[in-house]
Design a binder for this molecule. Structure first.
Ligand code: KG4
Ligand code: ZN
Length: 324
């Protein structure tokens, strides 16, 4: 089954063509980061307008790269939420229109399920597994019992991990989106330079607001040009990864589940990926999407459309939604 997927929930306009949920025939992403950089974050109205400018171009490029004609597509899909409503509408209306024009089904996809599905691409991963999903908008541990049966077993009570990365980066005057730059700086720093605290919350909760405040307290002690940014980045990154891995491991052990996967934009983080690799020595089978499928993309949308589309009687009646 060949599915065309569209992603437009935030600041990436993307189209991809994927066969049977695992084989990517084309993956095109147009990022708006440069446009939003000067605002220090995504401006929803500007993002929606940019999606409109790019959507037809990325779809056309996906067809060309896959060397596929529209009539060869078996279903059209898009993210319907959670995300920015104006942005989601652009992708959803494009996919629904294609489905009507070519008389093929439209499949709506949940953005978080799409991040989980990124793990199916080019692998033979099968449920059950525990998935640590960390993105700019969400931090969750999900028990993926089956492709279409997933249970959230832990989630954030304040900021999402990617959001904390971006905010801490801003405190250190690192431009938006800070996550990837902070990760690079951490590689040059000493993780023991600062002993940042671990939040005392329930085992099914994440909280990183205390960590953010602790970083701010340290930043204030230095003159801006004397700030040991690399050491702060390394100590902060160590604390985040350590907390996330410990919690995930805890649940995997409780569920007696030997497979653990990583998902979401922060799955691109080097420390998290390293810590996941280390779990192999403890007898776990670990998965992390390829870097290009960690941050928002449409291959993961087409994959989720194959494995786990939103269940509904008439998918053309699906509406976009902003919150999970
Ligand atoms: O999944 P994603 O592309 O968008 C959402 O669905 O939110 O995630 C974007 C988030 C941003 O907050 C970005 O700073 C973070 O992922 N991110 C990283 C890294 N690469 C992207 N955070 C830490 N380390 C990275 N290497
Ligand atoms: Zn995302």
């Amino acid at each position: 089954m060949i599915i065309l997927g569209i992603e437009s929930s935030c600041d990436e306009t993307a189209a991809a063509i994927v066969k049977d949920g695992r084989e990517v025939l084309a993956n095109v992403v147009s990022s708006q980061i440069k446009i939003h950089e000067k605002f220090g974050g995504v401006v929803p109205e500007v993002a929606a307008r940019e999606h409109l400018n790019s959507i037809n171009l990325v779809i056309k490029e996906a067809y060309e790269k896959a060397n596929i004609e529209p009539h060869e597509i078996d279903a059209f899909s898009s993210t319907v939420g959670p995300g920015l409503v104006g942005c989601l509408l652009v992708g959803m209306n494009a996919a629904k229109t294609l489905s009507l024009v070519h008389n093929k089904p439209y499949l709506g996809v949940n953005h978080l399920q799409a991040h989980v599905s990124a793990n199916f691409i080019d692998t033979d991963l099968k449920p059950p597994f525990v998935c640590l999903l960390v993105s700019g908008g969400h931090s969750q541990i999900i028990y993926v019992k089956d492709y279409d049966c997933q249970e959230i077993i832990a989630s954030t009570i304040d900021d999402a991990v990617g959001e904390v990365y971006d905010k801490v980066a801003r405190l250190c005057s690192i431009p938006y989106p800070g996550g990837v730059l902070l990760d690079k700086m951490a590689a040059q720093g000493n993780k023991n330079a600062f002993n940042f605290p671990e939040a005392r919350v329930g085992e099914d909760e994440f909280s990183f607001s205390g960590l953010k405040t602790a970083v701010l307290r340290e930043v204030k002690k230095f003159k801006p040009d004397e700030l040991p940014k690399n050491d702060i980045a390394a100590s902060f990154q160590y604390r985040i990864a350590d907390t996330l891995i410990k919690k995930t491991l805890n649940f995997a052990n409780k569920l007696n589940c030997k497979k653990i996967a990583l998902a979401g934009g922060v799955a691109a983080n080097s420390e998290l990926r390293k810590r996941m690799e280390e779990l192999k020595q403890k007898g776990f089978e670990t998965y992390a999407p390829q870097m290009k499928y960690c941050t928002d993309n449409a291959a993961m949308v087409a994959s989720a459309a194959y494995f786990n589309p939103i269940k509904c009687e008439n998918s053309l009646m699906l509406e976009v939604f902003s919150r999970a």
